[in-house]
Write a protein of this length. Structure first.
Lengths: 225, 225
DNA sequence: ACCCCTATGTATAAGCA
DNA sequence: TTGCTTATACATAGGGG
């Protein structure tokens, strides 16, 4: 039973997270519906689970609420809405071509190309999407692998990940001094910043503290922070 | 005080309705934030009061969530209403629409959705693409960050990476016995396989061996292999 | 509107079926 | 997954500043 209040942090246990998601999602949608009924409010609620499933609710029509939201926030035109306008004065192929262009650009950005004009927030968002994608790809990969091959494949994948972290770390170290030099408007006390590692990787061939299994005689520690 | 549960119907008394709106609105937004944090869900919530005031919340960016929502429902519309496309199947738009579909599928796969029919090789290729993308995104992110913010941002990114590894590890542990059980044609001796970690993560709040810098009092080691 | 209060209803974490 | 149960935490109606 509920012996303790849970901390509002990402739930690490996947099963617990899914159960909590189901329960709280239902509660949230119920509350949203109640609020719209009780107080005659216009509400739109969109929820994507971490697995990518979509749940939504709207007191009237989703498009209507979103449209109203866009007007209020005086936002830029939604990329979805031009279909309405384009259908009026352009051909259907123009819409499709436009969509191809949009998706092509997004694909290239997910591949790490065409990142030039992006701001920090957009980059963060990209990163998060990539992290989520890779996580699910990894899990699926384990599923389709045979159990006997599971471990070695997973180890290899993790080694590639380590390689990537090391590569980024190397790159960071190489550029650290340059970045420091261009610091603008911020006095930031850094003792030995030039030679400091963001990621410290230690590779010791012999296992120090009695590991239960030794798959290929190398233990690797990534020290974060 | 509350002697009776209220009926879920529009509150006629204007004052009471506004008070209830204030209270319940806050509760709703709190719940939405909690759900997005706890379960790593992407959420957009838009509320218009009966007086026309706008309140909104989004776990990432409103446009992003709406765009994703539009894409999902767009796909459904395209699938449910092929008449539009079929009318134009001789024209260029048919080709363009086909391309849109291809790119949409690839986008979804990069996001880790729709992975079901894929083989191991395709998954490996996806993973490699994602690794490459994330590496370049990380580098670009550091470039656009100010040096003074560089470290904390990088630390946060690495923590997310750790989250992902932990999540995969959790998942692996949970499925380890099942995978073992379905092992085909291999007698695989495993002493305590059910509780064995592919990745071992140790979190000790106090720094043990005099680290040069302590960013937020947590040293994290990822042990691979 | 907004805060505080308190009694009460509701949501939900954890466990088990 | 899905539901059911129970103890507890949380939300909130109604009232007064």
């Amino acid at each position: 039973m509920v012996r303790q209040r849970i901390e509002i942090k990402k739930i690490v246990n996947v099963t617990a997270r899914q159960v909590t998601f189901s329960k709280r999602r239902r509660g949230l949608f119920k509350k949203a519906k109640e609020l719209s009924t009780l107080c005659d409010a216009e509400i739109a609620l969109i929820v994507f689970s971490s697995t990518g499933r979509l749940f939504d609710f709207s007191s009237s029509s989703m498009g209507q609420v979103i449209e109203r939201h866009n007007q209020q926030t005086e936002n830029l035109i939604q990329l979805n809405q031009p279909s309405l306008e384009l259908q009026l004065d352009n051909s259907a192929s123009a819409i499709a071509i436009k969509e191809v262009e949009e998706r092509t650009l997004e694909l290239r950005r997910l591949r790490g190309e065409e990142l030039h004009g992006l701001g920090l927030d957009e980059l963060k968002k990209l990163e998060k999407t990539l992290e989520g994608g890779i996580s699910r790809v990894l899990k699926t990969k384990v599923c389709v692998s045979f159990p006997s091959e599971m471990f070695e494949k997973e180890i290899a994948a993790l080694k590639r990940k380590e390689d990537r972290l090391m590569e980024v770390n190397e790159w960071l170290k190489q550029h650290a001094r340059m970045q420091m030099g261009s610091d603008i408007g911020q006095t930031h006390e850094q003792g030995q910043s030039s030679d400091q590692s963001i990621i410290t990787t230690t590779n010791n061939g012999s296992s120090a503290a009695a590991p239960p299994q030794d798959y290929d005689s190398s233990d690797t520690y990534l020290k974060l922070g």
